[in-house]
Design a protein around this ligand. Structure first.
Ligand SMILES: NC(=O)c1ccc[n+]([C@@H]2O[C@H](COP(=O)([O-])OP(=O)(O)OC[C@H]3O[C@@H](n4cnc5c(N)ncnc54)[C@H](OP(=O)(O)O)[C@@H]3O)[C@@H](O)[C@H]2O)c1
Length: 185
C-alpha cells in the first residue's frame, strides 16, 4: 500500500513507523519541512490533500498548532469521500491528555481533544455510512520526550509503531475506532 505520513523519516515516531511499514513492502511518503512541507504555511493545510490523495492510508502525525492536525484530516476525508474512495483510512495520532478533564490551560490539550472528537464522529461515519475509515490512536509520553520528563516512564517508540502497524493489519470488515496507550508508571 502507499502510505503518507506527516513527519520526518529520519526522526521521532515517524522513523519507527516507516521502518516497520517499509520492511513489509509498503511505500511511505513523508511530509515535513525536510521534504518541503512547512505547516507554518497555512496553504499547506489544504495543499497537502493534492500530495497525498492517491495514498491508501494517511498517518496524521504532525501539525499540533492552530488545530491544523484536525483541519488536515477534515480536508483529506472530504476529498476522499467526494471521490467515493471509502476504503481509504486516516490514522490520527492523539495524546492521552484527551483523557484528562481537570482545568488544563495549554493549547496542545485542546488541539488533541478536538482531534479526538473529530475522530469519534468520523470513525462512526466510516462504519455506519460506508465512508472513508478513521482510527484514533492516543499515546502517552514517548522516549523522545524523556529528557523533558525525567520522572516518567515513557513509551518505547518502536512499540508505538507496532500498534500503528497492527491497526493497518486488521482484517477488512473490522474498524478499530480508537485505541489509547499509556506506559504504567
Ligand atoms: N512525543 C511524545 O511524547 C508524544 C506524546 C503524546 C502524543 N504525541 C503525538 O505523537 C505525534 C508524533 O510525535 P513525535 O514526538 O514523534 O514528533 P513531533 O514532535 O510531533 O514532530 C514530528 C516531526 O514534525 C516535523 N515538523 C516540525 N515542525 C514542522 C512544521 N512547521 N511543518 C512541518 N513539519 C514539521 C519535524 O520534522 P522536520 O524537522 O523535517 O520538519 C518532526 O520530526 C504527534 O502528533 C504528537 O502530538 C507525542
Amino acid at each position: 500500500m502507499k502510505i503518507a505520513l506527516t513527519g520526518n523519516r529520519n526522526k521521532d515516531l515517524c522513523k519507527y513507523i516507516v521502518n516497520r511499514l517499509e520492511a513489509k513492502g509498503h511505500e511511505c511518503l513523508c511530509l515535513s519541512r525536510e521534504t518541503g512541507v512547512d505547516f507554518n504555511d497555512e496553504s499547506n493545510v489544504k495543499g497537502i490533500v493534492k500530495k497525498i490523495r492517491d495514498c491508501d492510508i494517511f498517518i496524521n502525525l504532525y501539525a499540533n498548532f492552530f488545530f491544523r492536525q484536525t483541519l488536515i484530516a477534515h480536508n483529506l476525508w472530504h476529498h476522499w469521500e467526494s471521490k467515493g474512495e471509502n476504503n481509504k483510512r486516516i490514522i490520527n495520532i492523539g495524546s492521552t491528555t484527551d483523557n484528562v478533564r481537570r482545568g488544563k490551560t495549554n493549547r496542545y490539550h485542546y488541539e488533541k481533544l478536538a482531534l479526538k472528537e473529530w475522530s469519534n464522529g468520523f470513525s462512526i461515519a466510516g462504519v455506519w455510512d460506508n465512508k472513508p475509515k478513521v482510527t484514533h490512536l492516543s499515546i502517552g509520553t514517548m522516549q523522545n520526550r524523556q529528557e523533558e520528563n525525567p520522572e516518567r516512564t515513557c513509551l518505547d517508540l518502536d512499540q508505538v509503531a507496532y500498534y500503528v502497524e497492527w491497526i493497518i493489519d486488521q482484517p477488512a470488515g473490522i474498524n478499530i475506532n480508537n485505541l489509547s496507550l499509556d506506559p504504567i508508571q
